[in-house]
Design a protein around this ligand. Structure first.
Ligand SMILES: [Zn+2]
Length: 227
């Protein structure tokens, strides 16, 4: 049987072939949907893991061995004021508890730590948003790292609340009243003479009247120049 190009739709065999390519396309789409669901929907949350170790105010270790870094916040490092207080507060919230993790756009940081929003239940069964509680109680400063900005507005509101009430570290940390320079990309602000300022590209530079202005806009003070 000879067939010419274009007349396949007239022959039963040609019609079947046409139908078969539709089937293949449909099967491919179903497969694609399954794969994308596995990758992008299911792992957005993880349930059932326990906290076996509290490293500091914003880092924990889970029962599956993974280290989790809380997204959007930053707590004092060892040797800085409120390091122990932040760690203890975090421990009281999560130690030994089952956590629920919620993710943002980036799953891991450059140290291979899992980046997450962490939730636990208190004794009464109430759901506690751990990242937010650290900020609200003044044990963490917000540290927004784009593109992981899902709760940045909430964290900023809670930080303003903690700051106005002089909670935790806000009782001792007062930002400089002099002008500071922020980096739009990293959301960090510096004293004008900080070496890091020279590395900020002109379009990413933003001038604030004071450190407080930078804080109100959701910027994080530089660890080196401590503005
Ligand atoms: Zn600096």
């Amino acid at each position: 049987m000879r067939r010419r190009k274009g007349d396949f739709a007239l022959e039963p065999f040609g019609r079947f072939k046409f139908f078969r390519s539709y089937l293949a396309a449909a099967a491919f789409l179903v497969l694609l949907a399954l794969v994308s669901q596995r990758q992008f929907i299911q792992p957005r949350r993880a349930v059932g893991l326990k906290v076996v170790k509290v490293v500091d105010g914003d880092t924990i270790v889970l029962s599956d061995g993974r280290t989790v870094r809380y997204i959007g916040i930053d707590t004092p490092e060892q040797g800085e004021p409120f390091y122990e207080a932040a760690k203890n507060f975090n421990r009281k919230l999560v130690q030994g508890k089952t956590v629920e993790l919620e993710f943002d756009l980036e799953r891991y940081d450059r140290y291979g730590r899992l980046l997450a929003y962490v939730f636990v239940r208190d004794k009464t069964g109430r759901r506690i948003f751990v990242n937010a509680e650290m900020v609200r109680n003044g044990f963490a400063r917000i540290y927004t790292k784009p593109p992981n900005v899902k709760y940045a507005d909430l964290f900023l509101r809670l930080q303003e609340e903690a700051r106005t009430n002089n909670r935790g570290l806000w009782a001792v940390y007062k930002p400089t009243r002099s002008p500071v320079i922020g980096n739009r990309q990293t959301k960090v602000f510096h004293r004008p003479n900080c070496p890091a300022v020279r590395r900020i590209s002109p379009q990413n530079r933003i001038l604030f009247r004071s450190g407080e202005d930078a804080l109100k806009r959701g910027f994080h003070p530089c660890r080196e120049c401590q503005p």
